[in-house]
Design a protein around this ligand. Structure first.
Ligand code: KG4
Ligand code: ZN
Length: 334
């Protein structure tokens, strides 16, 4: 049983991904096919196009995962899939594929929450110690999630407007970088010596919530001001100021929450966890506080199916299977 093989599918947004994982930990294949090139000219993900692309790719990606893992269909013991949250049409493609496979192979189906996947991506690199606090930073989510024990999530803080990744992408767009621009802003910020001083949204003193729209507006205002005056825009300094504000706020709130809830471990996850500045700052702060920290490698931070298998493995162990009449659920709560 501990060597069982799970096939996992993730199609909640613009990545078609299939993973095959042994024993909930050993990743034999984690194929990710990104649609970014297709969506780039629209400056963001177009839901209808995303659904169609998933339909086109899912069979090929399944084949590729089997080939890469070197296993056959008959070897699969369970099928996991992202049930939500995400784009309905995109989720549907993965859910239908997963149900079909589970039925055809006569193995259990396990529906999984996308954010539980991001959080439990950390199970692929280490042991989770409870209670733990997860700082979830992605294109669609920015949350502080308290894990009192395995599988029990409590959202103690969340963004009131833009997600961190969303703010990065909007700032990048204003600086004329292609979608998704997070990594470009990250590089620009790292390369700059200068830094434009930008505001930090701390909100109420005891709040673990976030707000990034004010910061984003401050950056856009600065860009417009330079344009109007015909000045050359200090892109690097602006990116550095933006990144400094984001990192300052998210890490400070995460550390404060970690202390308030007496957690024994910090987990960083989500696409923005690939950000080098963020990884470094949180690593330093946790080291100072003597708090163990897990951060997945960048390939497991952005959307992928191996993280879905890592979360589904906990349900597999409890035999918490999902009925085949399960439906994709865009607003699924954690
Ligand atoms: O988790 P993810 O792959 O998709 C969602 O579930 O949202 O996150 C994608 C987000 C995008 O907004 C992208 O710009 C951002 O993560 N991102 C970064 C970096 N790499 C990816 N943001 C800042 N710095 C990075 N290095
Ligand atoms: Zn995600």
């Amino acid at each position: 049983d501990k060597d069982y093989l799970m096939l996992a599918i993730e199609t909640s947004c613009d990545e078609t991904s299939v993973a095959i994982v042994r024993g909930g930990r050993e990743v034999l294949a984690n194929v990710v096919s990104s649609q970014i090139e297709t969506h780039r000219r629209f400056g963001g993900v177009v839901p209808e196009i995303a659904s169609r692309k998933h339909v086109e790719s899912i069979t090929l990606i399944l084949e590729e995962a089997f080939a890469k893992a070197g296993v056959g269909r008959g070897d699969i013991d369970a099928v996991a899939v992202t049930q939500g949250p995400g784009l309905i049409g995109a989720l549907l493609v993965g859910v239908v594929a997963a149900k079909t496979l589970a039925m055809a192979l006569d193995v259990p189906l396990i529906g999984t929450h996308h954010i539980a996947g991001h959080i439990y991506a950390n199970r692929l690199i280490g042991e989770i110690v409870y209670p733990a606090l997860a700082l979830v930073v992605s294109g669609g989510h920015t949350e502080l999630v308290l894990l009192e024990r395995e599988g029990v999530f409590r959202i103690v803080g969340r963004t009131r407007d833009d997600a961190v990744g969303e703010a990065y992408d909007k700032v990048a767009r204003a600086l004329s970088f292609p979608y998704p621009g997070g990594p470009y802003v990250d590089k620009l910020a790292q390369a700059s010596e200068e830094e434009v001083e930008l505001p930090r949204a701390w909100l109420e003193p005891d709040s673990y919530d976030f707000s990034f729209s004010g910061l984003k507006s401050a950056v856009l205002a600065e860009i417009n001001r330079a344009k109007m005056k015909g000045e050359e825009l200090a892109q690097g300094a602006l990116a550095k100021g933006f990144q400094a504000s984001v990192i300052d706020v998210v890490t400070t709130k995460a550390m404060r929450a970690a202390q308030a809830f007496g957690v024994r471990q910090m987990l960083l996850c989500g696409g923005v966890a690939a950000n080098l500045g963020l990884r470094e700052r949180l690593t330093a702060l946790c080291a100072d506080a003597g708090l163990p920290l897990l951060i997945p490698p960048p390939s497991l931070c952005s959307d992928n199916a191996a993280m879905i298998a890592a979360a589904a493995d906990l349900k597999w162990r409890r035999r918490a299977f999902t009925p085949l009449d399960m439906v994709a659920w865009p607003q699924l709560s954690l």
